[in-house]
Write a protein that binds this ligand. Structure first.
Ligand SMILES: [Zn+2]
Ligand SMILES: [Zn+2]
Length: 109
């Protein structure tokens, strides 16, 4: 049985045959957060991730993880050259200043 750490709470969990990256508790919390964010984005399609976190109370790290997993799509923007987090123009999906901030907080490497 393989063991790994839950990506959300860091608790050690048995992965068994599933490919889950979070424990069952967190999977439920992720679902709730995803619901909040999805609803928010439906009403505010142009909101940046920073705004989403502020208004929904969902942690930045969770939103980021859901985007990376492909569970959450912030695809309402036709132009992908906008920073995912602050909404400013960027060459990548994340602008350099947000990238720095995310690195500092250990959210991205
Ligand atoms: Zn967990
Ligand atoms: Zn940015």
């Amino acid at each position: 049985m393989a063991l790994k750490n839950c990506e959300r709470c860091g608790r050690t969990m048995e992965t068994g045959q599933s490919s889950a990256t979070v424990c069952p508790d967190c999977l439920m919390k992720d679902g709730i957060d995803l619901g909040k964010v999805t609803l928010y984005l439906r009403k505010n399609p142009l909101a940046s991730v920073a705004q989403v976190c502020k208004d929904t109370g969902v942690p930045f790290s969770t939103v980021n993880r859901l985007i990376d997993k492909g569970t959450l799509k912030i695809s309402n923007r036709p132009n992908s050259s906008i920073c995912r987090f602050c909404g400013k123009p960027a060459k990548d999906s994340v602008c350099p200043s947000c990238r720095e901030k995310l690195k500092d907080s250990g959210i991205i490497k």
